[in-house]
Design a protein around this ligand. Structure first.
Ligand code: HEC
Length: 130
């Protein structure tokens, strides 16, 4: 019985661990993308998205609806569905650049480091708006 209590105790400690590491993660308010990505993203959106979406589509209500989700979730969604006529046709790096541009037109701060789309980095960043 004591062992059972110990195991249950151990499991509940383990189940708290992801919460702890989330608390240490970043948000889009922390300058998580750089200007180079924004500039590239702007060109990509003009080339691959603008025929169906004007810029305002990516502002305000759109990004608000993604608040508190991870950047990874939004990245995956866009990569899986867009451009509508050719989903997944951009490079991984380019989807990150598109995101950097979308963030910048929502008044999110530009930083020094690039938005790191590799190794689960986007999983650590929560979407927050000013
Ligand atoms: C050929 C037209 C077309 C192109 C090109 C296109 N889209 Fe879309 N997009 C749509 C349509 C139509 C919808 C809404 C229907 C839907 O939700 O499936 C949409 C919806 C979206 C959404 C909302 C998805 C959601 O679940 O909130 C996002 C974000 C998006 N597009 C981003 C992009 C980006 C970024 C590009 C360029 C890389 C792009 N789209 C290119 C037609 C297009």
């Amino acid at each position: 019985m004591l062992l059972k209590k110990f195991v249950i105790g151990l499991l509940s400690v383990l189940s708290l661990m992801p919460v702890v590491s989330m608390a240490e993660s970043q948000t889009t308010l922390d300058g998580v993308f750089n200007q180079l990505q924004v500039d590239r993203g702007e060109k990509l959106v003009a080339k691959y998205c603008a025929q169906c979406h004007d810029q305002s589509y990516f502002q305000d209500v759109f990004l608000q609806s993604w608040q508190f989700q991870t950047v990874q979730a939004l990245y995956d969604e866009i990569q899986a569905t867009m451009p509508r006529d050719q989903p997944g046709s951009l490079k991984d790096r380019q989807y990150a650049e598109v995101l950097a541009f979308i963030f910048s037109i929502n008044d999110l701060p530009v930083g020094e480091e690039k938005l790191d789309y590799k190794n689960g980095g986007l999983e650590q960043i929560t979407i927050r708006l000013p």
